[in-house]
Design a protein around this ligand. Structure first.
Ligand code: 5AD
Ligand code: SF4
Length: 447
């Protein structure tokens, strides 16, 4: 046992990876605030550092060890802090981290972080603690109330995944699919709006699988939840992510046509453009069923912007099969997308499959895919030039008087004018780049 340390007065939470990790990071910060610990000021040492890790691809664990090394050797801050490792690497490699890094006081998995305060008390007594239990959704009930201030907020509605795509570690690190109860979600959404949120993004590893029972005892799916959250006064925009093609029901498609607050944007990962590869990935959709589904969404909301995820170099992927991915990209014309080289994850079926693809082949495929996706993204942005649309002001730009906001299609737009963070303003898009647009402020709309 290590000697007693003084309780930390300041903290910093560093989140890696997906938006759900960002949400978890915010909730851990709120919990530490409630313990009377303050966020460390920019550039200042923190007494406690929480590394909120991601395990989805490549060397994430190695990165954590180098981060820990930098913290303890005084490279990141002058005085070594107390360290907690949270997130999916913590879940997957808890004991290993404790063995390898004596500087780590706490290891806490994504379903157990509500126990951080009591672990912290023990850490102050010199006791190291690991908690990687997965007690369904107990954590949400144990967290303090939301106190967000930003105009955009995340709200986790669903966690875990039962799909078991053969490359993916999520079903093992985040556990089985669970939906948070309807009434908790509507209450949390109201709190977020009262605290200043204008846009809420509903989060889940497989968000479209959310199901619940509304206040009148009726079974509802994600579309029902979206419509009820849309009824909250003061909330202007709703988004959701990430969806699986297998769980998109008619009602959700209809909601894109009948719920104006639901933004015209859909992130629907396809992963690959070859039916054989999709089968080996255990994706449960084909290229054709995916395209048909997109057609139905586009029929409900013709200006829908599409986004996707892709993996190149899945074990056994041939050159011809990769070409099919490029062909699919050409057909869909995504507004934006994420693409990755396949990364074997320990414990997943694909990690031991025959035909692991050489790194150079993956590099070349990724380059070609990203060139195609970037081309489409620029074309999408260029197509919106000349339109005047609503922009939610998110932050100040680099130049004086400049602001950055998001269009309904999740594009970043820069413009100048007399506005405030959280305003909804009309902006004419005048010039498109690959990653953002320049705009001109037209008139301010009351939020
Ligand atoms: N290798 C590469 N990319 C992966 N993803 C998930 N697991 C892996 C892996 N082992 C990608 C998928 C998923 C996104 C969140 O990360 O495209 O949709
Ligand atoms: Fe992973 Fe597939 Fe579940 Fe997405 S749907 S989290 S890729 S297993």
């Amino acid at each position: 046992m290590k000697p007693t340390t003084t309780p930390p007065k300041t903290y910093r939470v560093k989140s890696f990876g997906c938006q759900m990790n960002v949400y978890d990071g915010e909730r851990m910060a709120e919990m530490l605030d409630a313990q009377g610990i303050a966020p460390a000021a920019e550039g200042e040492d923190a007494d406690l550092v929480v590394l909120n890790t991601c395990h989805i691809r490549e060397k994430a664990a190695e990165k954590i060890y180098s981060d820990i090394g930098r913290l303890t050797k005084g490279k990141t801050q002058t005085k070594p802090p107390m360290i907690a490792v949270a997130g999916c690497v913590a879940q997957a490699e808890g004991e290993e981290i404790m063995k390898r890094s004596p500087a780590v006081s706490m290891v806490v998995g994504p379903q157990a972080y509500h126990r951080l305060p009591e672990m912290l008390d023990r850490a102050v007594q010199g006791e190291r603690a690991t908690d990687t239990d997965m007690p369904a959704i107990a954590k949400f009930a144990a967290l303090p109330e939301r106190r967000r201030i930003g105009p955009t907020a995340f709200l986790t509605v669903q966690e875990g995944c039962d799909k078991f795509c053969t490359y993916c570690v999520v079903p093992y690190t985040r556990g089985a699919e669970i939906s948070r109860p309807y009434s908790d979600l509507v209450t949390e959404a109201r709190k977020l709006v009262e605290a200043g949120a204008k846009e809420i993004t509903l989060l889940g590893q497989n968000v479209s699988a959310w199901s619940g029972e509304n206040g009148r005892g009726h079974a509802v799916g994600l579309a029902g939840l979206i419509r009820d959250i849309a009824a909250i006064d003061g909330l202007a925009r709703i988004r959701y992510t990430t969806s699986h093609p297998a769980d998109m029901d008619d009602d959700l498609i209809a909601a894109h046509g009948d719920t104006p607050k639901l933004m015209p944007f859909l992130h629907l990962p396809v992963q690959a453009g070859s039916d054989r590869v999709l089968k080996a990935m255990n994706r449960s959709h084909s290229v054709e069923s995916y395209l048909k589904l997109l057609d139905r969404f586009r029929a409900a909301r013709p200006d829908l912007a599409l986004s996707g995820d892709f993996i190149v170099g899945f074990p056994g992927e041939t050159d011809a099969e990769f070409e099919e991915t490029l062909q699919l990209v050409g057909e869909v014309a995504y507004a934006q997308a994420f693409s990755f080289k396949y990364s074997p994850r320990p414990g997943t079926p694909a990690a031991t499959m025959d035909g692991q693809v050489a790194k150079e082949v993956m590099d070349e495929r990724l380059q070609r895919l990203q060139a195609a996706l970037n081309r489409d993204q620029l074309a999408f942005n260029q197509n919106t030039v000349g339109r005047t649309c609503e922009v939610l002001v998110e932050r100040k730009g680099k130049l004086p008087g400049q602001w950055l906001g998001k269009t309904p299609w999740l594009q970043s737009a820069w413009f100048e004018g007399d506005v405030q963070i959280g305003d909804l303003v009309q902006v004419e898009l005048v010039e498109a780049g690959p990653n953002s647009l320049a705009g001109m402020l037209r008139e301010t709309v009351a939020a």
